[in-house]
Design a protein around this ligand. Structure first.
Ligand code: UDP
Length: 237
């Protein structure tokens, strides 16, 4: 396919004949630790697309505006074109990953209330944690926009946590990205998948996400499929 607009670590973005729409193509490539660790996860592309489409559909039904329009083929989704706001918006319910390191808290500790964090999207800096003043000083978002991002992240957290709880999965934390469409509306964008969320089995706390790749825990592809299977209501999707 030509018309390549952008190639990221896990996805490629292609132009379409419609200026307000682009195609997102999901790779099997996996990276971690700011690109230092590289590999492939079998069938990750189709599985992450199916999981993302499921979540975007669920969220659209609850008035969380997002870029997803439809699935074109097993690796390709059609989305509204947005210019990405250079922030990673993370919401957390349970301590894990960088929060455990930063505060010296044990992984698995439940937070009294959800925590929202902003990271500046810049690979050369390693996506540093920043606060609301930094966001405004960078010109990445205004005070009002920051309010929308944080509020949306908390709404998404509520909707996804409840949905996943019904499937026997704990939503530990996740990262969202937002963009602005041609009308200037802020839309939830990117993907929502085991690459961008931590999912733990509710009974056993087994990790069903990219930490299996980051930490060499094995059965990575199986864990991603397990999440899709739970979402679709069977164990073998
Ligand atoms: N995350 C992500 N992309 C990143 C960094 C983090 O999708 O570049 C997700 C990660 O999968 C987890 C959440 O954001 O669900 C919080 O990640 P954390 O800050 O703990 O960083 P990590 O331990 O992944 O480096």
């Amino acid at each position: 396919m030509d018309n390549l607009l952008y190639e990221g670590k896990a996805k490629k973005v292609f132009a379409t004949g419609v200026p307000t729409e682009v195609l997102v193509w999901f790779k099997d490539d996996a990276t971690a630790f700011n690109g230092e660790k590289k590999g492939e996860i079998a069938s990750k592309g189709p599985v992450n697309l199916a999981i993302s489409a499921h979540f975007f559909g669920l969220l659209a039904g609850k008035d969380v505006k997002n870029h997803y329009l439809r699935t074109v083929d097993e690796r390709t989704m059609l989305v509204q074109k947005v210019s990405i706001i250079p922030l990673e918006v993370v919401a957390r319910n349970i301590v894990a990953g960088s929060l455990a390191k930063r505060l010296g808290w044990p992984e698995g500790k439940e937070l009294a209330e959800p925590v929202v964090e902003f990271y500046y999207k810049d690979d050369s800096l390693g996506d540093p944690l920043i606060n609301e003043w930094h966001v405004r000083a960078l010109g990445a978002a205004t005070r009002e926009e920051l309010g929308v991002l944080a509020e949306t992240a908390l709404r998404v957290n509520g909707i996804l946590s409840e949905h996943l709880a019904g499937k026997g999965v704990k939503l530990v934390d996740f990262k969202l990205e937002f963009g602005k469409n041609s009308a200037g509306e802020i839309l939830l964008a990117d993907e929502i998948s085991p690459d961008t969320c931590r999912f733990w089995d509710a009974e056993t706390n087994r990790k069903l996400d990219k930490d299996r790749f980051r930490r060499d825990l094995g059965d990575v592809s199986e864990a991603y499929r397990e999440i899709l299977g739970r979402l679709k209501g069977n164990e073998s999707a």
